[in-house]
Design a protein around this ligand. Sequence first.
Ligand SMILES: *[C@@H]1O[C@H](CO)[C@@H](O)[C@H](O)[C@H]1NC(C)=O
Ligand SMILES: *[C@@H]1O[C@H](CO)[C@@H](O)[C@H](O)[C@H]1NC(C)=O
Ligand SMILES: *[C@@H]1O[C@H](CO)[C@@H](O)[C@H](O)[C@H]1NC(C)=O
Length: 852
Amino acid sequence: MFMPIITTFQLMPYLVFLLQASFLESRPSTLNDIMDALRDDNINLIGVWGMAGVGKTTLLKQVAQQAKQQWLFTKQAYMDVSWTRDSDKRQEGIAELQQEIENALELSLWEEDESKKADELKQELMKEGKILIILDDIWTEIDLEKVGIPCKGDETQCKIVLASRDGDLLCKDMGAQRCFPVEHLPPEESWSLFKKTVGDSVEENLELRPIAIQVVKECEGLPIAIVTIAKALKDETVAVWKNALEQLRSCAPTNIRAVDKKVYSCLEWSYTHLKGDDVKSLFLLCGMLGYGDISLDLLLRYGMGLDLFDRIDSLEQARNRLLALVEILKASGLLLDSHEDTHMFDEEIDSSLLFMDADNKFVRMHSVVREVARAIASKDPHPFVVREDVGLEEWSETDESKRCAFISLHCKAVHDLPQELVWPELQFFLLQNNNPLLNIPNTFFEGMKKLKVLDLSRMHFTTLPSSLDSLANLRTLRLDRCELGDIALIGKLTKLEVLSLKCSTIQQLPNEMSRLTNLRLLDLNHCQKLEVIPRNILSSLSRLECLYMKSRFTQWATEGESNACLSELNHLSHLTTLEIYIPDAKLLPKDILFEKLTRYRIFIGTRGWLRTKRALKLWKVNRSLHLGDGMSKLLERSEELGFSQLSGTKYVLHPSDRESFLELKHLEVGDSPEIQYIMDSKNQQLLQHGAFPLLKSLILQNLKNFEEVWHGPIPIGSFGNLKTLKVRFCPKLKFLLLLSTARGLSQLEEMTIEYCDAMQQIIAYERESEIKEDGHAGTNLQLFPKLRTLILHDLPQLINFSSELETTSSTSLSTNARSENSFFSHKVSFPKTEKLMLYNVPKLNLSSIYRS
Ligand SMILES: *[C@@H]1O[C@H](CO)[C@@H](O)[C@H](O)[C@H]1NC(C)=O
Ligand SMILES: *[C@@H]1O[C@H](CO)[C@@H](O)[C@H](O)[C@H]1NC(C)=O
Ligand SMILES: *[C@@H]1O[C@H](CO)[C@@H](O)[C@H](O)[C@H]1NC(C)=O
């Protein structure tokens, strides 16, 4: 009988208090009070309130960070709920919030129905134990019960922190048990925050210092005002500083709800001060979009349509410009990094992940900044307006509407739109938060001849409104998540550059689409019903740069059929970005080129998920049968490769030159009985480099005949970046790594080895003397300095963690004879390991592993 042995050592988190030094020094007392309340068993609903821009979000982030460092909770989630401001978003908001909590806390709920989901969520949260949920920027009461968040009455260890501008809302209406006001900063702290942002030298600059002091005084202790103005003034001339001061002093009262006039004028000044129309337009555009995170990919698609990016030849250039503009806005404090990445598995955005490889695929706008942006936008010479449909008919007759260049219309209440809206200056039209049954009259678009960007996502169309064909200037059309029937009309929009039908129900692409010769981006990702793409449509889109086709389209034709065939892609000489699902490797033409692709995610025979910008996932591919030169080259340039049921070879990878696989970051191989090795090192050129210099994760599973990771002498310095190594169900594998290789794995954080029946040792060395190399004196081996998790599971033959290699093994590693009869005991130490799990390893000599 095998008893599981589970040991956990070095589990001590470093209990260091990183008191966000100097930043907002008056806050530690509030911060500490909140932390105390979090530790108090009798309190689970906490309120934090204060005016817009006073620094609530910063404080909450510090709370979250400290809670994490002190391990107060097993899981925690931060959520921005600014949408509570829109009364009409409240209903869908609840469902979204449930979804966000589910994602952030990595729960998996089954129920679809909102109230059932609430019950399920509540049960899960009670079961999970110590959980922290932070809801930031609440405008109207959220019914926690309805969402499924356990509250006061429940026996729960779940703690909720609520933040709002409105103290009464939290403390009276929502019943927070403790309420903490966040006050304005006192003068000396305002000054030090300003100095910290603008640079300490302001203190010594006799000319600037007095102006600076006045500027700070005008900001009235509001951090958002102080930080924004400081960022704008950094490295500016005295004249600019003086101008800022004058503007702040003369600021007129605003009537924007809950925004202080000082905050408004600071932000407005900062906007006026932005250099370049493109960056200003981008800022206003961001302000128009909804609450929560803003997808950079969406900004790119809108920006292309609006001609926001000057003098660009390709989407790639547009993307680079966009990222540069976003950086400017971030540096000026007008845009923020998005909250933690909770979007990872969201279908809707995974094409954006391919095109945006910046660290953040999303940005965020502070709600105060957004309000100010909207106020500024409405005064712009090309006004941007966000409207609700209420009173639309009358408003559409006003001069204001006639001048509008950008309209975002929220149609919740009505079913019918006016027959025609004469908006001659309109360039950008976004219909949001629609009633799905909203009817768009056929003549609706006739009066919008200048329209460049049209977004009608989430609507239902059996046919498209006929007046759409009058939009001769339209360049971006977004019909994501629409119920779509006949879309032949699209063929008339010959200027179209971006067409997105993502997640729509389109079944058939019309023949007329072949006229869209200006199209640069076509998004058909997740079109689950797509069945017909007539032959020669794809090949006629001669300017296409980006094609997303991770859809259910399986009818790729072989010779002579009427559907599209894959060799049509060879005609697209500008194609640089491709995401595609191909149901069977047999469909892959041998002559497929893919030479220009710089970003690709190609799924053959399987869907699943890929995370990097050059990635292949292949199922049932016969190496010697299916992969022509084009595909093989793609393979060698990839960052991520996943194989399953790979056949026709005993090596996973076949390097053709010394650059091969240098960029590989993730490799996963499974269910392939023919595979014996990862790579063959006959390729001498490769030996000079370390192999796999960037590889971060290596996952091998269910390889019946797998013998060795590397066939032959492995280059020194290989796997230097490997963080995750997982091996399961490889019954012939006797050892995992040679000591010389293991020594190079200085970044390894996680190692899991399971169900390997023949595994005798994890690390093998060929001779004793190896142990003493590199000054590793004594009998203790120091390996894997960063290893945090080690899992050894079901390894019936494992005796020693590391030991000398048996010469009888089938490997022919070295000509050096091993020294006879020299069994030393070597202990391997893991200084950083937090999680060590040994399960069903009956023969392992535990003292061969020790903790230093
Ligand atoms: C793979 O292709 C080779 C060469 O055409 C063939 O001999 C082999 O049987 C194929 N393997 C499988 C598993 O289909
Ligand atoms: C394991 O290590 C011990 C002591 O170092 C040694 O005697 C033994 O032969 C080793 N076992 C194997 C299978 O290498
Ligand atoms: C286990 O390992 C320790 C130290 O490596 C060694 O002294 C001891 O003899 C080993 N025990 C067995 C049963 O092999």
